[in-house]
Write a protein that binds this ligand. Sequence first.
Ligand code: COA
Length: 169
Amino acid sequence: MPKYGLEFDLVESNRQIAQLGDFLRSNVGLYDHTRHFEWVETTCLPAITTDKRRALAWWEHGQMVGDAVLKPLDVGLVELKNFRVANHAEQRGLGGLMMKHAFLETQDLLAEKGLLDERGENITLQLDTTEGGVAQAFFEHVGFDVVETSDLYTPGKAEVIMQRQISLH
Ligand SMILES: CC(C)(COP(=O)(O)OP(=O)(O)OC[C@H]1O[C@@H](n2cnc3c(N)ncnc32)[C@H](O)[C@@H]1OP(=O)(O)O)[C@@H](O)C(=O)NCCC(=O)NCCS
């Protein structure tokens, strides 16, 4: 990807996991900081270390500029968590490119975990994001539809649950 001098990799080594931790902690977005930090330390990073979740990351000149975390939920169903582009790297096509990588890795992850259906055709990526936030508009732009609205994290503060079918054939 010479246009951006980008590197893409799965987050697997201790060094990469530590970099991801720093990236997640410094890109909190709209969420409650204390709860976000706790989620990073006690849920997200341990699940990546034990391969219950798979993290993807993008680097530019050695600096992490984007991440996505994939969590297998069921046969043909993966949750996309913490999809984020660093503020200084937004609106250059990185989010769109990252999403295409995430589609490919979703299929690989389901295959590896024995969670593809017989024909390997029905693959759904699901996510949740703040209702009416800029990220919702981006996810709609790249093909996700709202399937439910719920106050998942904070009473009275709605999140939308969005899904998109992935077809790689
Ligand atoms: C939303 C986000 C991922 C977009 O990433 P980005 O790198 O700026 O997006 P891109 O430049 O790749 O844009 C890709 C396409 O989406 C469109 N797009 C980008 N942001 C958009 C938005 N907020 N609303 C609608 N469309 C949007 C672009 O116009 C572009 O369209 P095109 O392919 O037709 O030209 C990024 O801004 C981000 O990480 N925001 C904060 C993180 C966040 O809230 N994440 C949700 C956690 S669940």
